[in-house]
Ligand binder design. Sequence first.
Ligand code: ATR
Length: 273
Amino acid sequence: MSAGTTDRYCVIGNPVAHSKSPQIHAAFAARTGQRIEYGRRMAPLDGFADVVRDLVAKGYKGANVTVPFKLEAAALATRLEERARAAGAVNTLSFIDGEIVGDNTDGPGLVADIVRNAGVALAGKRILLLGAGGAARGVMLPFLQQGPQAILVANRTRATADALVADFQDQVTEVTSCGFEDIRGAFDIVVNATSASLAQALPPVPASAFTQDTLALDMMYGDQPTPFMQFAAKQGARTRDGFGMLVEQAAEAFAIWRGVRPDTHDLLTTLRS
Ligand code: ATR
């Protein structure tokens, strides 16, 4: 191991005890030979900015941000990377020379999981994105950068989907919105970016959206397949939960901080068990 000090990072959230990020970053550090410490910091709901200031004062190099502070982190950053500005939210902070730099690796993590781990290209594909909240907004720019043929954003509240697609009109990709009841045709990729799985609910997506060639991905994960994954599997689709996205967003953050992207392939299998 090389000499020198150990750089410190952490994840800030409320709650934060359940976060797998310390475990994931410890595994990345071991694999890349990087000397870092990565902990958890619980912030009071009205105390996020104080926690960040305390970390900066203590010489931390960065932090990940999770629920419910991603919007506040974007407001607090003194500089925002383009993808964080597009997402309107920050999950990765870097403390560099007095600046608080905000980035968002959630969308790039999802793209990495689909393209590298699932082996499904996004270029030229028809994508159905369910939900129009923060999670959906965060993946729009990273998806568009892959050049899909079309992205249809469907949401329970139609107006929210309309407002989202208005912000992401594109020269290459057809970007449109609708309510769940207006979803027509089948898609190559269906992503559940609603929070329905948290309540064990199924967003009302029609069975006809799936074929045997569809990749159906839920951003949530748990011990059991989500209701969305179970429904998609019943239609013959290939399913995937959000665990790969979680590991890949961490790998992107690690790469921002350390300049080296850890190999995630076998780690995904190890961590899952
Ligand atoms: P997040 O940051 O996880 O995206 P959010 O911004 O609160 O959280 O957005 C939650 C998303 O899940 C919204 O698109 C919401 O739909 P509405 O805009 O109509 O509220 C969607 N959602 C939550 N529960 C749902 C359910 N049971 N069925 C369908 N959509 C649901």
